[in-house]
Design a protein. Structure first.
Length: 435
């Protein structure tokens, strides 16, 4: 992957405080943490606006507003989110949704902001156990009902651990029946970097991981619900061809490559789950800090075992933070790694390339662009792609074109032209008009 100057994604932790205390979250393990006495309580609306301006300077495509629970400081950050949206930056809010109100719903609707919502379990006692809050399920469901009623887009994420794995299918059935969900995230639990050994009882075994994959496959192929994951699988941990079609070659770690994280004070990390701070955006230039994050891009954090694997450019060795709590090293093998499953016996699902014809007409949508050293990042709404200087010049020179223009301008055959057009069309950069 080429080095980007302007990472498309930023995870912005606007507060470490949370109204839940989920057992799989780093906040749960902050034994000495007392928010009421912390400096974060004193942060002002202007402080958040200063960070928002820094995010705009870095030409982010999407800002993931997270926490803690970001809705706890909604009054302080709503002007920052408004500023980001007015500057063309997409926003998603990571939340437990409990604090959703009419004011928040109106704001989300006005600025087209979606939510990524943690849903621990459909069994009330288990949900309360995970969140450490009595009545948490009822409150989450009330908020989800309000979001559905008002047409607010959201995605649901189930973090699967020993605490709720026995209720995973029940939870999916519940959400399917109640909300007619089209997509769900099913994410394996990871040990927080600050957790002690008492957390280990919640970790999934290899048998559990196989079970999660099997349930994910059933959810996709029997229920027709798209399944994604918040934490990538190592390719060698995937247990079947169907699971490989679902997860293989689909997701890898973007930390330090096309994404970064900012904490409440503007400290920059490669990954929201990591604890290493590379610098502060108020104290030095982003480019200087980003250069220090190069270890996440240059392969130096890859486990030695992964460097010999022919799939390493896609897999990236899974999650770099996953094994850190056990070894203290970012270049340790992801705990899901199964070296006995090498070489990979499954094959990627083939993706058919749409067939375009010479009499098809292509019209550009009003995309935005960011100049990179190796070309451009162009985006339309929630999608973006990287393209070459030559393709950017071609798109700038024509508002309407056809396949033969691609063939002639780039001296390629119709198959290559179809690939180029397909990539542009799938990401909304162009639309096709057929005669």
């Amino acid at each position: 992957m080429k080095n980007v100057q302007y990472p498309p994604f930023v995870h912005w932790e606007v507060t470490p405080e949370c109204n839940h205390n989920c057992i799989h979250c780093y906040n749960y393990w902050r034994k000495s943490y007392n928010f009421c006495d912390s400096h974060e309580r004193q942060l002002t609306e202007d402080h958040y606006l200063r960070i928002a301006h820094k995010i705009i300077e870095q030409k982010a495509h999407t800002a993931v507003v997270t926490g803690g629970e970001p809705l706890l400081v909604f009054d302080k950050v709503k002007s920052s989110m408004e500023l980001l949206r007015k500057n063309g930056i997409n926003i998603s809010i990571n939340t437990n949704a409990v604090l959703v109100s009419d004011e928040i719903i109106a704001f989300l609707k006005q600025y087209g902001i979606g939510m990524f919502i943690s849903f621990p379990c459909a069994e009330e006692t288990v949900c309360d156990f995970i969140t450490n809050r009595k009545g948490s399920l009822k409150k989450i469901l009330h908020s989800l009902d309000c979001l559905v009623k008002n047409g607010i887009q959201f995605s649901l994420n189930i973090v699967v651990s020993k605490a709720n794995i026995d209720y995973l299918e029940q939870t999916i059935d519940f959400l399917r029946d109640r909300y007619h969900i089209k997509k769900i995230y099913i994410t394996r639990v990871g040990k927080p970097v600050n957790a002690d050994s008492s957390f280990d009882k919640f970790l999934l075994s290899q048998e559990d991981l196989d079970r999660v994959q099997d349930i994910s496959v059933k959810t996709k192929y029997e229920y027709g619900i798209d399944v994604d994951t918040g934490c990538p699988y190592t390719l060698c941990s995937i247990n079947s061809q169907k699971s490989f079609e679902l997860f293989g070659y689909k997701k890898f770690c973007t930390a330090g490559k096309t994404s970064y994280a900012l904490d409440t004070f503007g400290n920059l990390k490669a990954c929201p789950r990591d604890s290493k701070i590379y610098g502060n955006i108020f104290e030095e230039s982003f480019s200087d800090i980003w250069e220090r994050v190069a270890e996440w891009r240059d392969g130096s954090l890859l486990p030695e075992e992964c460097k010999q694997c022919k799939h390493v450019e896609i897999c990236k060795g899974g999650c770099r933070v996953d094994a850190f709590p056990f070894t203290g090293k970012l270049n340790s093998l992801d705990t899901t790694t199964n070296l006995e499953n090498l070489p990979i016996k499954y094959i990627p699902k083939s993706t058919a390339i749409p067939e375009f014809f010479d009499d098809d007409t292509f019209i550009k949508n009003p995309f935005t662009c960011v100049k990179e050293d190796f070309g451009y990042r162009i985006s339309y709404r929630q999608s973006y792609i990287f393209i070459t200087e030559e393709l950017k010049r071609f798109l700038d020179s024509k508002s309407i074109f056809n396949r033969s223009d691609i063939v002639n301008d780039f001296s390629v055959d119709s198959t290559i032209a179809n690939r180029i057009l397909s990539r542009l069309a799938m990401n909304g950069i162009i639309q096709v008009v057929r005669r």
